[in-house]
Design a protein around this ligand. Structure first.
Ligand code: DX5
Length: 215
């Protein structure tokens, strides 16, 4: 797999009282900007309502990660922002019909489609649509908060998905830092989300650069 690794800083760990400056500080060095949308129901936290995201000015493609119970509602809220990608959780869309309806709605709005799995969810749980999505997000923490420890057992899921789908974009999110990023890349991930590692770093540019290599 030769495609370059994309880095998507997550603004969940940014200083929200200076959000525009925080985004500007990573914009020249990042590939995507990940927006962690949380509804307080699917995860025990709330974050980034569309009203807040609308205020962000950036040239970075927006990657909207819906950690919500009702993804269809949020897809309609976020499509007017013209995101690059919208990812919904397999655990919030249990059957194939609802997954396909979400995929159709997201693509009709001009975005690519991602499906996410939490650490306990096996890859088999998304066999019905894995060959049809644009991006697989393999969570390496249980969603809800930044700054959690990386769960290495999920790397097996990444290896299996990469073997079955050589061209699929595989994203990892949660506890990604200079130590865990090479593990993710070697397992087959080619898109990495990092929040606390980047926004807590004294030099954000070199923090982002350090995530790109598998060595
Ligand atoms: C989990 C969030 C976080 C965030 C990144 O709900 O999705 O994974 O994006 O957090 P860090 O990089 O601080 O683990």
């Amino acid at each position: 797999m030769s495609s370059p690794v994309l880095i998507a800083p997550s603004i969940l760990s940014a200083d929200l009282s200076h959000l525009q400056e925080e985004v500007a500080s990573i914009e020249p060095f990042a590939d995507w900007l990940q927006i962690d949308v949380m509804d307080g129901r699917f995860v025990p936290n709330t974050a980034f309502p569309v009203e807040m995201v609308r205020t962000i000015e950036t040239s970075l493609p927006l990657d909207v990660h819906l950690m919500v119970q009702d993804p269809a509602k949020y897809v309609q809220e976020f499509l007017p922002l013209h995101p690059q990608n919208i990812t919904f959780h397999a655990e919030a869309a249990a059957d194939t019909a609802s997954r396909r309806a979400l995929m159709q709605a997201i693509r009709a709005g001009g975005a690519t489609v991602g499906i996410a799995t939490n650490p306990p969810t096996p890859l088999q749980a998304i066999d019905d649509v894995l060959g049809e999505v644009d991006l697989l997000l393999v969570m390496s923490v249980n969603p809800g908060f930044g700054g959690q420890a990386f769960i290495p057992s999920v790397l097996k899921k990444v290896e299996e998905a990469r073997k079955r789908y050589p061209q699929l974009m595989i994203q990892m999110d949660g506890g990604v830092d200079a130590q865990t990023a090479p593990l993710c890349i070697r397992a087959g991930a080619n898109n990495l989300v990092a929040g606390s590692f980047i926004f807590r770093a004294p030099d954000r540019a070199s923090a982002i650069a350090s995530l790109r290599s598998s060595s």
